[in-house]
Design a protein around this ligand. Structure first.
Ligand SMILES: [Fe+2]
Length: 337
């Protein structure tokens, strides 16, 4: 009898550890689940999804330590990936194919960018001419001509922290500190709401400019958020800043293998699968992010927004994590609520 139980236990351990992967994810897309099913069909490896917010999931992984059954951690924003890396959440991964496919600035030894997103400016062409925005940089948003005209969400938002961190990386702490003082004075209202709320503020004429990630505008334009938001999306136009210098601020959604993953080789296989043209196409068509690999086209809506802009190809996204705390401190000091 004992022997029988022993065999059963062995079998169940084998089943759990060899044929399943436990994925911790902060992404809440049904489309992600669909593509994970394809991976299961191709490999026989089942994906169990544990979804939640970044901080509680990270805490759970750290608290559980060696007994954590998780294999992978999928996060939005490089700032969060670096923060998890620093706490020792991930294990080092050596994959030639991942290195070849992902440009150096979008990966580390511990995590890998799967999709890209741009944080850009939106304007209402009936109120602001394109001429007014010619050659505009993020740096110019502190100018007095934009007094009380910019809509942006709160400083506790990681996308904003990463944007400011990229400015620290490129312009230094002192210049960014000065820039923030004037930039915050240009807010049209006290920051509140998500990225879509900022775009709505420009559509209604309440604000002259908004800052938001590209996929939010695409999501509104798709009609998936209702007719009202679709109409609002039509009223605003995207503007890609910093075209004459480093390029538009880019961020990533990325994934890493957990330090105590019971199945690291399958976990790497899964990351490699996410970089395959089929998976990339499926993800970007549903989430309106930019693909990490060049052979895949973004979704039609994203193409319509314009894809021939210069992406920041010189700033390593790791720097968003490096400067995250400093960025947040400077934002708070500048009274960015
Ligand atoms: Fe988002």
């Amino acid at each position: 009898m004992h022997f029988f139980i022993f065999i059963l236990t062995l079998l169940s351990i084998k089943f759990l550890s060899a044929e399943e992967l436990n994925l911790f994810t902060t992404r809440h897309y049904d489309s992600d689940v669909e593509i994970f099913k394809d991976f299961t069909e191709e490999t026989g490896i089942k994906i169990n999804i544990i979804s939640g917010e970044a901080k509680p999931l990270e805490k759970r992984i750290l608290d559980e330590g060696e007994s954590c059954i998780g294999d992978l951690f999928f996060l939005a924003d490089a700032g969060r990936l670096v923060s998890a890396e620093k706490k020792g959440v991930f294990r080092k991964v050596n994959s030639v194919s991942l290195k070849q496919q992902i440009p150096e600035q979008f990966r580390s030894n511990y995590w890998f960018g799967i999709t890209k997103r741009a944080r850009i400016i939106y304007y209402n062409p009936t109120k602001t001419s394109l001429k007014e925005l010619e050659n505009l940089n993020y740096e110019d948003l502190s100018h007095q001509r934009f007094d009380k005209s910019i809509a942006i969400r709160q400083s506790n938002n990681v996308y904003n922290q990463s944007l400011v961190a990229s400015m620290i990386e490129n312009n230094g702490v002192l210049k960014t500190k000065e820039w923030l003082k004037s930039f915050v004075k240009n807010f049209s209202k006290p920051p509140s709401g998500n990225d879509r709320a900022q775009i709505l503020s420009v559509a209604s004429g309440e604000s002259k400019l908004a800052i938001a990630n590209t996929y939010y505008h695409a999501l509104m334009a798709s009609g998936k958020k209702g007719k009202e938001q679709q109409n609002a999306a039509k009223k605003v136009k995207p503007f890609f800043p910093n075209q004459k210098n480093r390029g538009t601020h880019m961020n990533i959604s990325g994934i890493g293998v957990l330090k105590h993953s019971p199945n690291p080789s399958n976990a790497i296989k899964f990351i490699e699968f996410l970089l395959s043209p089929k998976a990339q196409k499926h993800i970007v068509d549903n989430t309106y992010e930019y693909p990490m690999i060049d052979s895949v086209e973004p979704s039609t809506i994203i193409i319509q927004m314009g894809i021939n802009f210069k992406q920041d190809n010189q700033t390593n996204v790791s720097s968003y994590g490096k400067w995250q705390k400093e960025a947040f401190k400077l934002m708070k000091d500048a009274n960015w609520n």
